[in-house]
Design a binder for this molecule. Sequence first.
Ligand SMILES: [Fe+2]
Length: 195
Amino acid sequence: MTYQARSFKLPALEGLSEKQIKVHLGLYEGYVKHVNLIMEKIRSLKEVDAEGNAYLINELRRRFAFEFDGMRMHEYYFEQFEDGATAMNQNSPLASATVEKYGEQGLIAHIKEVAGSRGIGWVVVYSDPKGGTLHTVFVNDHELGQLAGLPILLALDLWEHAYMVDYVPAEKKNYIDAFFANLNWSVVEKRFEAK
Ligand SMILES: [Fe+2]
């Protein structure tokens, strides 16, 4: 099988230019291409000489999570903007879970706090059905440091490529504000309810 790059139904976004999104979608498509490329390379190297190419094959396998998670994380990211911004439904199961975990501070303020971590990466909000709670984590490299098996509710890309067409690094906070201005919370609520 091969993976296909998804197309996303994105409206005009507030604080994120068409050029910014186009550049970022291009990067996403590069991940999809390389997921397919790694699978294909491993297949063909094995066919030619599995033993002789073992070292090369193992190195490609090591790279797979970088490409795969890069692909999938960007799908989580872009689908959050589909169909335009909506506020969190305060009567939703997600709203109850966030109040239980983050109290008066609230989820958005907590995500912004975590997003203030130095360095590039992602803020990822996970649901832990076994623990009956949420976790908000700063994930530096998307192939490392993710919480095993937990459904992803929200993914905030904090790599500089996500905003540097529109903002300089010192304006990261403005990008984060733009992210929330465009976030369709119903997507996040559906992920929580599907967990
Ligand atoms: Fe990105």
